[in-house]
Design a protein around this ligand. Structure first.
Ligand code: HEC
Length: 171
């Protein structure tokens, strides 16, 4: 279901405002000519990322600032967790996952706590789903430390991050 949301958001983004579509397509077409193949991909991507058709979710400036700090913390934790997993320190990883990304993290990050009071239900649910999948991985890591299961769990978490980022903007 999370993947469907992500896909829908991605498709909406790709479609963009009607007026911008021909420009983007002709830009992509032009740059995919054999004359300068190496520049084709980066330029097309830049053209896409400049379009922002995501609906705006209103949050107070203070909440956004706190939330951004929380987000940077989650991103750093995500990298740390990969390191712990790579070293085979699954118990440590499970603890990091729960504390920094799981349901526990929702109660310790001031921006998330504030945001949960201001966010519309559907956006708050996206956050909850992401934290829930992290808690699930933290719990299952002990019973099922097989790489495929760990990768799938980490994928679920990052899909949760991505789904929210692709679907909404706050400014
Ligand atoms: C429920 C929605 C939601 C989820 C889930 C979510 N984010 Fe965010 N994220 C936001 C919002 C809102 C911002 C602020 C955007 C802005 O400043 O314009 C943000 C900003 C960020 C930033 C930029 C911080 C800065 O300094 O500007 C990073 C990095 C980030 N998120 C990483 C993550 C990671 C990693 C995850 C998953 C572990 C995640 N996010 C999950 C909503 C979400």
């Amino acid at each position: 279901m999370r993947q469907t949301t992500y896909l829908t958001a991605a498709l909406l983004l790709l479609a963009g405002p009607v007026g911008a579509e021909p420009t983007m397509q002709s830009a992509m077409h032009q740059h995919s000519l054999p004359a300068m193949p190496s520049q084709a991909a980066p330029q097309a991507m830049m053209a896409m990322s400049a379009e922002d058709g995501r609906p705006l979710v209103k949050l107070s400036a203070e909440t956004i600032a706190l939330l951004r700090a929380d987000m940077r913390h989650m991103m750093a934790a995500y990298a740390t967790i990969f390191g712990q997993l790579a070293d085979g320190k699954n118990e440590e990883a499970a603890k990091s996952i729960e504390e920094n990304l799981g349901m526990t993290a929702m109660k310790t990050h001031p921006g998330m706590m504030k945001a949960s009071q201001e966010l519309p239900d559907n956006v708050r649910m996206m956050g909850m789903n992401m934290h829930k999948s992290a808690s699930e991985l933290a719990a299952s890591l002990k019973n099922n430390p097989k790489p495929a299961a760990v990768f799938a769990g980490m994928q679920q978490i990052s899909a949760g991050c991505t789904a929210c980022h692709m679907a909404y903007r706050v400014r």
